[in-house]
Design a binder for this molecule. Structure first.
Ligand code: ADP
Ligand code: MG
Length: 458
């Protein structure tokens, strides 16, 4: 199948080709003809499968330049708005349309003029609503409305804003809803605002054969030591700043932690061990986050420590390894995380470090998605010190680590590895292990879980 066969026209195809996009992905094959035909579409496929082109290319093709605002695309975060808008600008290289990017945290004024000229607006719900309520914007003539990362919109509590915006659009406009997963919380949007939507569903999860998935059973307080050991063993990331000679051939590693405090602590401790790591989390300013992603995508950083929500939907390229330092309580989050590797034609590894705190959700992940995740045996690895507070903030490259500092031990939810050799000197949520061997994941899988925790939401 080619883009020609999908009825994209030459100017769009040429612009795509210049971005190295010459053969459609599955979701593009299914969705592009539907979007071109003006149908309402619910598009689902895994992260990295090319959803932006799936809705973006036909939208660009359908635009009549300088005929007023025609399309509104809502995204949950500013980073995504910037990313989508920059991609659409590339796809429309041979078709002069004006695309405005509208998000909060910057002045309203300049956006007003920009929106007035726009054929397409890519925006975040909060700021769009702000403009609407101030009368800066008229959506009564748009003919296409897109919700990207629809699930994340729900998760972030934007759905009411989205509905308020939708209610300002004409009743008969095309509506497109895209995401890696679309949950039932979106059902009423479908019922109230969409007209006979077509479901375009391609691979929901990343292809298993492209992605090797492993886990280690590891006591919580040894996670850090194991991670550093694996970084050395698994990847070519230099653990000493001096070893920068072959910067080009190195792997690219994304490490997920479920909380911001763990992201900060882990990044600081990795730097202590000579790993050039940087972090991205939701409390960083937008420009800082964009800078970090840009450095990562341009190979200036090899190890990025991320909170999952901060990284969702962003096009972070060519990841070779994903480490789950810990898991988020939502099983679906695992799918979103592993969706970051193994994109079109590439392969990758996802390695989860499991301690007792992660067992419950890991069981749910298995039950729900039936993934092939293999356990790896632990090898010997040196025990390293894991600092839980910053002694010299300045030594982390001028970026104050743990910005507000750790006021008390209660603030800290990460591991406590004071390197007592094999001693488990911390009390984890599962109780103290003492000198007993820690429980292993497969031991607890046979135990019944409570109804609440096994309840499926999809
Ligand atoms: P999704 O929204 O599904 O997570 P994106 O739209 O962000 O995925 O696309 C991920 C990456 O894949 C982008 O860098 C994009 O340029 C690239 N891409 C998209 N479609 C194709 C294609 N048909 N061939 C090659 N690369 C593609
Ligand atoms: Mg996307």
């Amino acid at each position: 199948m080619s883009f020609e066969q999908l009825n994209l026209n030459a100017e769009v195809i040429k612009a795509l080709a210049e971005e190295g996009i010459s053969e459609p992905t599955k979701i593009q094959e299914i969705a592009i003809p539907l979007v071109l035909a003006g149908k309402d579409v619910i598009g689902m496929s895994f992260t990295g499968s090319g959803k932006t082109v799936a809705f973006g290319a036909p939208i660009i093709q359908n635009i009549k330049p300088r005929a007023g605002l025609q399309t509104l695309i809502l995204t949950p975060t500013r980073e995504l708005a910037v990313q989508i808008s920059s991609e659409l600008k590339k796809f429309s290289k041979y078709k002069r349309c004006h695309i405005a990017t509208v998000y909060g945290g910057v002045g309203l004024g300049p956006q007003i003029g920009d929106m007035a000229r726009a054929d397409i607006i890519v925006g975040t719900p909060g700021r769009m609503l702000d403009h609407l309520q101030r009368g800066n914007l008229d959506l009564s003539h748009i003919n296409c409305f897109v919700l990207d990362e629809a699930d994340k919109m729900v998760e972030m509590g934007f759905i009411e804003d989205v509905e308020k915006i939708l209610s300002q659009t004409p009743e008969r406009r095309q509506m497109l809803l895209f995401g890696a997963t679309i949950s039932c919380e979106i059902d009423h949007l479908k019922a109230d605002y969409m007209h006979n939507p077509e479901v375009a569903e391609a691979d929901k999860y990343v292809k298993q054969e492209l992605l090797e998935q492993y886990y280690y059973n590891i006591p919580h307080n040894q996670k850090f030591s194991l991670l550093v050991h694996l970084l050395k063993k698994e990847t070519a990331v230099p653990l000493n700043p001096e070893h920068r000679a072959n910067l080009d051939v190195m792997d690219r590693v994304l490490i997920f932690c479920s909380s911001r405090s763990t992201v900060e602590l882990l990044t600081a401790n990795l730097r202590n061990q000579g790993v050039k790591a940087e972090m991205i989390h939701g409390k960083m300013t937008q420009s800082k986050r964009l800078q970090v992603i840009d450095r990562f995508n341009h190979d200036k950083i090899k190890v990025l420590v991320a909170s999952p929500v901060a990284a969702r939907g962003l096009d972070i390229k060519n990841i070779t390894h994903i480490f789950n330092y810990d898991l988020s309580p939502d099983p679906q989050e695992y799918i979103h995380r592993i969706g970051r590797t193994a994109r079109a034609g590439e392969s990758g590894k996802a390695i989860t470090l499991l301690s007792d705190k992660d067992y419950q959700v890991f069981g749910q992940i298995f039950d729900r998605y039936r993934l092939d995740i293999k356990e790896l045996p632990l090898e010997d690895f040196p025990r390293l010190r894991f600092e839980v507070r910053s002694r010299e903030p300045s030594r982390f490259g001028g970026q104050r680590f743990g910005e507000r500092g750790f006021r008390s031990q209660r603030d800290f939810r990460g591991p406590r590895d004071f390197s007592g050799g094999n001693r488990y000197n911390s009390r984890s949520s599962g109780g103290s292990f003492g000198s007993r061997a820690p429980p292993r994941y497969r031991d607890i899988r046979t135990q019944p879980r409570s109804r609440e925790l096994t309840r499926r939401t999809d």
